[in-house]
Design a protein around this ligand. Sequence first.
Ligand code: HSE
Length: 433
Amino acid sequence: MKDNVKVGLLGLGTVGTGVVKMIQQHQEQLVHQVGCPVSIKKVLVKNPDKGRDVELDSHLLTTDPYDVINDPDIDVIVEVMGGINETRQYIIDALNAKKQVVTANKDLIALHGSELQKIAVENGCDLFYEASVAGGVPIIRGLTEGLASDKIQKMMGIVNGTTNYILTKMSKEGLAYDDVLKEAQELGFAEADPTSDVEGLDAARKMAILARLAFSMDIELDDVAVSGISSVTQEDLKYGATLGYTMKLIGYAEQENNRAEVSVQPTFLESSHPLSSVNDEYNAVYVYGEAVGETMFYGPGAGSLPTATSIVSDVLAVVKNMRLGVNGRNVLAPQYNRQLKEPNERFAKYFIRLHVRDEIGAFAELTKLFSNYSISFEKILQLPLEEEGLAEIVIVTHKASMDNYQSVLSEINDLDVVRAVRSFYRVEGEGTK
Ligand code: HSE
């Protein structure tokens, strides 16, 4: 029975600072939870002389990661430095040194999670990563503990705050994508290089982690089909709003008979869907379980203290396992072989916006193409365009298979009446399975 749990921190940026503050300010509660004090023993930093928004003795700081990893007094290593290759090695070395590890690093877990978990188990250590998806939202424990008895059929996640902020501003204030992105960067909400956020890679990493856990299947990052929001226009949002839709960057994961599909793409949601009212930088994950039905996990997806909440809760979980002597012993190997749905097994509704020649028979040509691929129209909107003789047409289909939808998209430009396909998006309907 330990009389003091010692934590080593790798990184002292925004999140690391939050972890130190949580441990200092919630100490009484931590002692109540685990029966002894939890304290910071050593912290890896790049520059020990940098001014910081936290009180920490300077003798705790080091620039050598192995001062933290090899410190015999340290029980738990908290990795909040980010990065992939170097960080992966530090975590492997920490696990081989029999340290418990808590990380917030979604990039690392999405790419190397299975390998690291295996090394953790071999060493009788925990590797927890609640903060890697949706910051302060306890979605990973929600899936692996709260919903462990159920069969998860579908998840839809707004798991990137930057893109949710941009789409919310574009929708509510009628601003263009580039203008909102610039403003978000000035306010510090968006990174100087926003590529991984706006092109959907950040969300894809998080969805790979969630799908792996929810479906108990070794889903890989490359299995996630990704498209981002950088080409979403005001026209798209206005036509969507006219039809009752709100645009969100949705991470979509579904399994049926243990065959899965996972994607990240800008999606029109019907206003009745619970995710349609998740705005600004907030995150949420909608989970549909066979027995429980609909659930939703909502909250801050980033930020110093929200992310630190998940990290320090992981530290508590590690310490409780230390008390029971079960670290690394309750990790389940995936139950199912990785099987992905083929395009003809993936169904969705789609929004397609076209410019067409406004002439007799134009609609008949469109109808013929869609009916050749057994796709039926659910909603249609037509408005004249300023350019003489052209019309804007928006079609929302009933559910169609992805292969038929892709065939329509590849042939639609060949129709004489079609001037241009302006945009196309997935549509998700009412908030039920
Ligand atoms: N860049 C991420 C986001 C931060 O915008 O949500 C949290 O992972």
